[in-house]
Design a binder for this molecule. Sequence first.
Ligand code: UDX
Length: 440
Amino acid sequence: MRLSFFGLGYVGTVYAIGFSSMGFKVIGYDIDRERVRLLGLGKSPFHEPYLVEALESSIRSGCLEVTSDWRRAISDSAITFITVGTPSKKDGSINLQYVVSASKAIGKALRDKPKRSHVVVVKSTVIPGTTMGIVKATLERESGLRAFDDFGLAMNPEFLKEGSALEDFRQPDRILIGANDRRTMDRLCKVYASFKSPKILTNIPAAELIKYANNAFLAMKVSYINMIANLCQKTPGVDVKAVAEAIGIDKRVGSQFLKAGAGWGGSCWPKDLAALKSYGRSLGVELPLISATMEVNISQPNKVITLVEELIGDINGKRIAILGLAFKPNTDDIREAVSIRIIQELIRKGAKLAVYDPAAMSNMKRFMGEITIDYPDSAKECLRNADCAVIVTEWEEFKKIAPEDFQQLMRNPSLVDGRRIYDPGKYESKLKFRAIGLGT
Ligand code: UDX
């Protein structure tokens, strides 16, 4: 069964590489010719553990081909996954322009294919009603065919986490397939037959909604613990880490996604929560927990700044070292990263900044443009002569920085642990130390 992926962003690239490394013949299409060229040479467009190795071997084995020719991607495959981006519009509602243009192209290409030979699967995150609405209508109009009779249509969301995407591809907690007819469901079950994960088979709009409900719940969990962290911080002797551990042990709560910190970001949650809120609004359904989840996250980076001020007083003219720029470790992605908001606020308050990240330096340089920021080559260089250091992303290498390193390198050894990577007992005795969720 040949598969095609329409859109080689994060999800499309990981899925194309994942399936081809299992032996599927895969053809990936993207409108961006430079991206296609690089992928064809075995070069990954983003930093993701183990991806380059898997990409090189898939290209070498001939299982993965990438192309700028969308007609061929469709004609040479039996199942096409739509994996284009679904960004936000200014008002937070979902922008479906890429989903629609993909549907147009796929519909056109379907004209040249025998009836009942092809299945189209929406994998992009889309609000309920999108697949059965605009996607189906566009495919039918452009192809002159009828969905379910002449071609299959399904919705199959993904749950990949950046930094562990290939692992999440191979061993997902579950595989969610939304289809409205037996034949399409069977074909997709065949694609996933060798995966051991439980399969949740449902209808198309339910699959669309489950993806949002899942992401929003996780974001709510993180915002919840961040809210509790703010309470702990003002309660002498209480540490949010101990609180999270104790409540996480309750199986009904679960221990994952209870790490308090400077806030959440990334390419998914911010736009997905905004789209869900807007979807609720369009139906006249209030979603107060979604709004609260977003509000907690908007104010969370300011909590870090407040801790800096508590340690060093007026920020104006002070040199501050930011360790961590990516929205989470093991990625170079800075989309909606908390680091951006912290940097912008510190600059507004007159700080002089040195920033360091093991993977996201060039992305941040490009993003910040002309703004004067130092970009040293190592974490330790970043700390040199600083008045305060702030941990914004919990990279492994930062965990190895000893209290003595901070003491020796910094002008005024003071540290704000925005991701709770250090043992307060070890650091508090050697330098001025504050941390999110740590009551003093
Ligand atoms: C998320 C979903 O997890 C994934 O299922 C979906 O397909 C895409 O969106 P991702 O954006 O890669 O994945 O990151 P994730 O690991 O979920 O973390 C999101 C944000 O929450 C990050 O900024 C992370 O630092 C933060 N986070 C996560 C916390 O602050 N604390 C936690 O305990 C967990």
